[in-house]
Design a protein around this ligand. Structure first.
Ligand code: ATP
Length: 387
């Protein structure tokens, strides 16, 4: 419960920071921010386009950002990480963040390349939000180098923010405006917005375009959040637990929307607690535990998942025992409680061949025969155990 409340306060603060930027409210000075537990490294003016992320409430008087804001990343860190086929959109070296001397982020390195969906996983309190807010420019780091779209987020200006879309976990759209009006309003803050109708289509809200934001269902609100993050045609989109609370069908259609963003060439930085979401969407995954990256890879290779032994399981007919199995299978049996057999092997095919041949020769059926590979969740739980 304590975690839920403190996360909710933290998210409320984050929404407030975003909203304040959009409204052009007086930003807290760093000293005052620290005293208030709010960590604001820069002071954008009215109409800061980054603040037109979902959840913000612009005052309609915001100045448009400068033309020519949209450009490819120019600055690069001197030493690359080797995989340079596509330009880096995010580069992080030795990132640290301490709160009152306690390290929430304890020296992490990250690289996210253009056009990929990068999933950032980790248990509650691992440091994900802290890291993401540093990347978004909403939180100040203690140490380390950070480049996002070629700029240091702590010092980047409005043109940089126009190239970033942020979808927060909770939103506050303009309840009295229609979805279409709301998007049109936000489109006005960007130098080169996407067409409103096309953006509504993209997120599957075309048939709800005249519905008031306040009357949209939870799932439709999340689609509107994505549309709001997209309307400025950003290069990089941060998605913070985008499908929390969705029913399975709504989650699947949200995944289709996110996959569509990748097809548009957007780079997506996704935080999620759903392993199947990461598995479905992510090109690469990093797992954070207690402020450190403990594994990085694809869904298939993370934490050595591809090389972990497979488990073959089946039930022997009454009167038969593990010792009756062909030698190749018998040698791999790790457990045989009763007549249920578990056999572990790094290469299941030869063992399966021997087992099937043996069973067929004896006219035996093995109706519950299964091959299990460790799931992403198995690997994740192993990696984060005790953190
Ligand atoms: P969750 O999955 O619950 O969202 P998280 O991985 O996003 O967690 P963070 O919110 O980054 O984790 O928190 C990392 C650690 O830093 C936690 O121990 C948290 O209590 C602490 N922390 C976060 N924000 C502050 C703050 N403003 N002041 C002090 N400690 C903080």
């Amino acid at each position: 419960m304590a975690i839920t409340i403190s996360k909710s306060i933290a998210r409320h603060r984050r929404r407030r920071r975003v909203a304040a930027a959009a409204q052009g409210e007086q930003r807290l000075s760093p000293d005052a921010s620290a005293a208030a537990g709010v960590d604001v490294p820069h002071t954008p003016g009215r109409g800061d386009p980054a603040a037109t992320a979902a959840g913000s409430r612009p005052d309609g008087r915001a100045a448009k950002v400068a033309e020519g804001a949209s450009r490819e990343p120019a600055a690069r860190m001197p030493e690359g990480t080797g995989q340079v086929s596509r330009p880096s959109v995010i580069e992080v070296r030795g990132l640290r963040k301490s709160y009152d001397g306690v390290e929430a982020v304890a020296g992490i390195d990250l690289e996210v390349r253009a056009g990929e969906v990068f999933a950032f996983l980790g248990p509650n309190g691992a440091g994900k939000t802290t890291t993401v807010e540093i990347l978004e420019g909403y939180r100040r780091r203690t140490a380390g180098e950070v480049l996002v779209l070629g700029a240091d987020p702590a010092r980047a200006g409005r043109d940089w923010r126009a190239r970033i879309g942020v979808v927060l976990q909770e939103s506050q759209p303009e309840d009295e405006l229609s979805a279409e009006e709301c998007l049109s309003l936000y489109a006005g803050y960007y130098p080169r917005p996407r067409p409103v109708a096309e953006t509504l289509e993209l997120v599957g809200l075309a048939d709800r375009r005249t519905a008031r934001c306040g009357r949209l269902s939870g799932g439709q609100r999340r689609r509107l959040d994505v549309a709001l993050a997209l309307i400025g045609d950003p290069k990089l989109i941060f998605l913070d637990e985008p499908t929390t609370g969705f029913d399975p069908a709504a989650r699947k259609s949200a995944w289709d929307v996110i996959a569509g963003l990748r097809d548009l060439g957007k780079t997506i930085f996704l935080t999620t607690h759903y392993m199947e979401e990461a598995e479905y969407l992510a090109d690469r995954i990093a797992v954070l535990a207690a402020g450190r990256i403990v594994a990085e890879g694809t869904a298939a290779t993370l934490g050595g998942r591809d090389t972990e032994a497979a488990v073959i399981s089946f039930t022997l007919p009454p009167g038969m025992f593990a010792a009756d199995l062909p030698p190749l299978v018998a040698a791999a049996v790790s457990d045989d409680p009763g007549n249920k057999v578990l056999a572990r092997t790094p290469s299941p095919l030869p063992l399966l061949g021997a087992l099937v041949g043996w069973a067929q020769a004896r006219g035996i059926d093995l109706p519950d025969l299964e091959v299990h590979r460790p799931t992403l969740e198995d690997v994740y739980l192993q990696l984060t155990r005790g953190s």
